[in-house]
Design a protein. Structure first.
Length: 54
């Protein structure tokens, strides 16, 4: 049982996949923040154009 736990603790085969997943999640969070910010600015600009056309 001890050797099984020791082998499990030393096994790093899934570490790279987890790291790539964390990087992808971080990039996705940044993209969501940027799109949300730009969406608000575009919405305000279009509202201003709409108000000026009335």
């Amino acid at each position: 049982m001890k050797s099984l736990l020791a082998r499990f603790a030393k096994d790093e085969s899934g570490a790279t996949a987890i790291e790539y997943g964390l990087i992808a999640a971080g990039i996705a969070a940044v993209i969501v923040f940027i799109v949300n910010s730009l969406g608000t600015k575009v919405n305000n600009a279009l509202k201003t154009v709409n108000d000026n056309m009335k």
